[in-house]
Each structure stands twice: as structure tokens, then as C-alpha cells.
Design a protein around this ligand. Structure first.
Ligand code: NAD
Ligand code: ZN
Length: 256
């Protein structure tokens, strides 16, 4: 049963900003990084594939990354109850922004308005040249991998091609980050769901919202560094907790 305080807060909120992490997609068969079954929990070496300097300097890391992308569980994944609950929240006209650290596109596939979704860490569906910044489609790049190019170069300049996602050591798009920060400042409630809140600057959006006076509800199976600024923390599985929270209604306005 979701905590009464969390139900009250979400039920009373009128301008909700949601921040999601890999935990909302685990029920869709996409492992998170740091949960008990996470990619890094099982193979700490995998971290190199998501580190920009290693990707740029080591062709082996790039080849492993392309194989990993070709076999990424995201391609076969379907949205789950957690994604659908956030579509419901949008239908209730209380959702102002859906900030996601996920790169899997499942919020949009579940039916969330792409205009409300802010992909802080980019998208697996695109590619980016690390030299000339040319953008392309992941489907085309993966075709080339399958046709025998283990590390396909940029077709424009011959440079190193990567998924259009943010690796460790790579800055977020400043326009995207500004939009996310504004959304965190403008909301009356920030709901963080399925994130260990250990990756900055995304995690800092929680503190930013709290400082600006928003209520904060954190929904995550494990403790996070931001639990102490939260007004309520929910530990239940997201597939159950989010539908319950979104269905909650309160007549008491958020008094903060
Ligand atoms: P994380 O792996 O650091 O944390 C996920 C958290 O979700 C964990 O604390 C875990 O306990 C919790 N969790 C998992 N399943 C849950 C469930 N069903 N109910 C409740 N809690 C659950 O993920 P993060 O904070 O998003 O940071 C990881 C980074 O890796 C992100 O920057 C993201 O870009 C990337 N990533 C994305 C995906 C994806 O797109 N689906 C998957 C893995 C990693
Ligand atoms: Zn290029």
C-alpha cells in the first residue's frame, strides 16, 4: 500500500513534474544499471561502454557497444503499467513535464505527448558523429553493423559514430537541461520514479524543485541520496505504486 502521505501529495498537486529513471522500464525487460539485476551490478566492466573517453579511444569498446546496441532489449520492449500510469496523469491535465533519464523511447510509445517528454540523456533511436555532429538514424547504422561494419564510421566525414545518448564524461545538451530545470522550478510537485538519483545533473533537478518550494515524492525500490529532501518516499514496485499514486485525488491543496 502506497504511503498515505504520498497519495495525499500527488492527489493535491496541480502542476506535476515527473523525473523518471531506468527503474520505470525494468518491468519491460530492460535492465537498469544499479538495481540488483542491473547491467553494472552484474558486469562492472560494462561501465566502460558508457564512458566517452573509453569509447573515443578504444576501438574494442566501440565494437562491443555496437553489438550491445544491435542486441539491446529496448528494441523488443513494450511499455508497462508504470509508463501507462504517467499517460493517465497527463490525461488528468496535471502533468507539466515528463523529464526522463531513459533513452528507450518507451514513454512516447506508451502514448505520452512527445511535447511533454524531455529526454535528458538523449535517445537510442538516433546517432551522432563525434567529429562533425551529423545526426542519423540508429536503424540505418545497425543495418551497416549487421552488413559487416563492426564500427561504422560517419558517412559525412569518416569520424566516430555513437548513439545520440549522453555517455559519462559528456555534457548534456544545454537547451534540454535548461528546459528541464525550468520545469523543476515551475512545478508544485516533483515525482521522481525509478532512479537511483546518482547521476548529476539529472538528480539535482530534485533538489532544485525542493528549493523552489515544490513538494517532492520519491518512488524507488532502493534508498537515494535525495530521500532526505523528499516529503514522502515510496518503496513499492513502480508497476503498482504509480497507478495508485496517479489515481489519488485530494481536496486539500498543496499548502507550501
Ligand atoms: P539506475 O540503474 O541508477 O537506478 C534505477 C533504480 O530503479 C534503482 O535504484 C532500482 O532499485 C530502481 N528500480 C528498478 N526497478 C524498479 C521497480 N520495478 N520499482 C521500483 N524501483 C525500481 O538508473 P538511473 O537512475 O536511471 O541512472 C542510470 C543511467 O543509465 C541513466 O542516466 C540512463 O540514461 C541510463 N539507462 C537507461 C535505461 C533505459 O533507457 N531504460 C536503462 C539503463 C540505464
Ligand atoms: Zn561526421
Amino acid at each position: 500500500m502506497t504511503s498515505q502521505q504520498a497519495l495525499e501529495l500527488v492527489g493535491a498537486a496541480r502542476r506535476v513534474c515527473v523525473l523518471t529513471g531506468a527503474g520505470v522500464s525494468t518491468d519491460s525487460g530492460i535492465p537498469d544499471f544499479r538495481g540488483p539485476n542491473g547491467v553494472w551490478t552484474r558486469d562492472p566492466e560494462a561501465e566502460r561502454m558508457f564512458t566517452l573517453s573509453a569509447y573515443l579511444s578504444d576501438p574494442d569498446v566501440r565494437r562491443r557497444s555496437w553489438l550491445n546496441r544491435a542486441e539491446n532489449p529496448a528494441w523488443a520492449a513494450q511499455p508497462n503499467a508504470a509508463h501507462r500510469a504517467l499517460v493517465e496523469l497527463e490525461r488528468s491535465e496535471r502533468l507539466r513535464a515528463l523529464l526522463t533519464q531513459n533513452i528507450d523511447g518507451l514513454h512516447q510509445r506508451a502514448g505520452s505527448d512527445p511535447g511533454l517528454v524531455v529526454e535528458l540523456h538523449g535517445s537510442l533511436y538516433g546517432t551522432q558523429c563525434m567529429d562533425c555532429d551529423a545526426r542519423g538514424s540508429m536503424a540505418e547504422a545497425l543495418e551497416r553493423v549487421r552488413a559487416g561494419e563492426p564500427d561504422p564510421p560517419c558517412l559525412v566525414c569518416g569520424g566516430i559514430l555513437k548513439a545520440a545518448t549522453i555517455s559519462f564524461g559528456q555534457a548534456l545538451d544545454p537547451v534540454v537541461l535548461r528546459r528541464a530545470r525550468q520545469a523543476a522550478i515551475d512545478c508544485d510537485l516533483l515525482l521522481a520514479a525509478g532512479s537511483s538519483l546518482s547521476v548529476e545533473p539529472a538528480a539535482g533537478l530534485v533538489g532544485l524543485a525542493a528549493k523552489a518550494g515544490a513538494a517532492v515524492v520519491i518512488c524507488n525500490a532502493e534508498p537515494t541520496p535525495y530521500d532526505e529532501v523528499a516529503d514522502a518516499v515510496v518503496r513499492e514496485p513502480l508497476g503498482e505504486a504509480l497507478p495508485e499514486l496517479v489515481a489519488a485525488r485530494s481536496t486539500r491543496p498543496l499548502g507550501r
